[in-house]
Design a protein. Structure first.
Length: 256
């Protein structure tokens, strides 16, 4: 059975981490397949939203430690597996939803934090598990988490490895929304369908602006917004949006 399940349906690229017997912990095969599917989604004209979730009871337990025996292997894992994954997510030209269906720990939690929108089932949890084995948070975690919830809280969660419930994660601003377990699948996919029907290029320009804002000044950001807004105004979807507004009808966006 493949370590990654993938299908495209209704303009959504559904990626499922599929090692349920290991709580979807990453081995090399799964990490490389995930990169492949992220690239496939980025290059596909049909895909207008990407939806990442896990099979079984968990989202992802991080790295499968059975594949790590020394520091050299850890370096290879970061350079060839996790760093490319989170970089591809941030560079992906469509919105990426992380649908957290259970525990998200270690690199699994931080890969989720790099997605554009995170939703979780009420029984899900997030754990910065690295300190429990003498490591530091990786996969962009030390960059993203303090920006989402603040320095103090991020520092404490990374050092203690405390478990954060889905409700607490939403309260802290770590994730977008929590859904009850019995409606999670329907509601999360409904959100993906909404995004897949929106102006895809405009959403990509929004994502670019957010990426840029992480490392630039206020005035640089204003200049960048101007450039991106001009590109957005050149899209067919902008023209359709304006025309639909003037005609008092619902717009039909094509992602162009």
């Amino acid at each position: 059975m493949s370590a990654i399940l993938f299908e495209v349906k209704d303009n959504i690229g559904f990626i499922t981490l599929n090692r349920p017997e290991k709580l979807n912990a990453f081995n090399r095969e799964m990490a490389l397949l995930l990169q492949e599917k992220l690239d496939e989604c980025n290059n596909s004209k049909e895909v207008r939203c990407v939806y990442i979730t896990g099979s079984g009871k968990g989202f992802c337990a991080g790295q499968d430690l059975a594949e790590v025996s020394d520091s050299r292997e850890m370096n290879i894992i970061l350079r060839e597996q996790f760093n490319p994954i989170v970089s591809k997510i941030r560079k992906l030209e469509k919105p990426v939803i992380a649908a957290i269906n259970g525990v998200a720990a270690g690199a699994g939690a931080n890969i989720a934090l790099c997605c554009d929108i995170i939703v979780a089932t009420a029984s899900a949890s997030f754990i910065q598990a690295f300190s429990k084995i003498g490591l530091i948070p990786d996969s962009g975690g030390t960059f993203m988490l303090p920006r989402l919830i603040g320095w103090q809280k991020a520092s404490a969660l990374m050092m203690t490895g405390d478990k954060v419930s889905a409700d607490e994660a939403e309260r802290l601003g770590m994730i977008y929304k929590v859904f009850a377990d019995d409606v999670f699948d329907v509601e999360a996919k409904k959100l993906a369908a909404t995004l897949a029907a929106m102006p895809t290029r405009g959403l990509w320009f929004t994502k670019q602006a957010l990426n840029w804002a992480l490392s630039h000044t206020w005035y640089e950001q204003l200049s960048n917004e101007d450039k991106l807004q001009q590109r957005a105004a050149d899209t067919c979807d902008f023209k359709e949006g304006v025309q639909a507004f003037l005609e008092k009808r619902k717009p039909v966006f094509k992602g162009e």
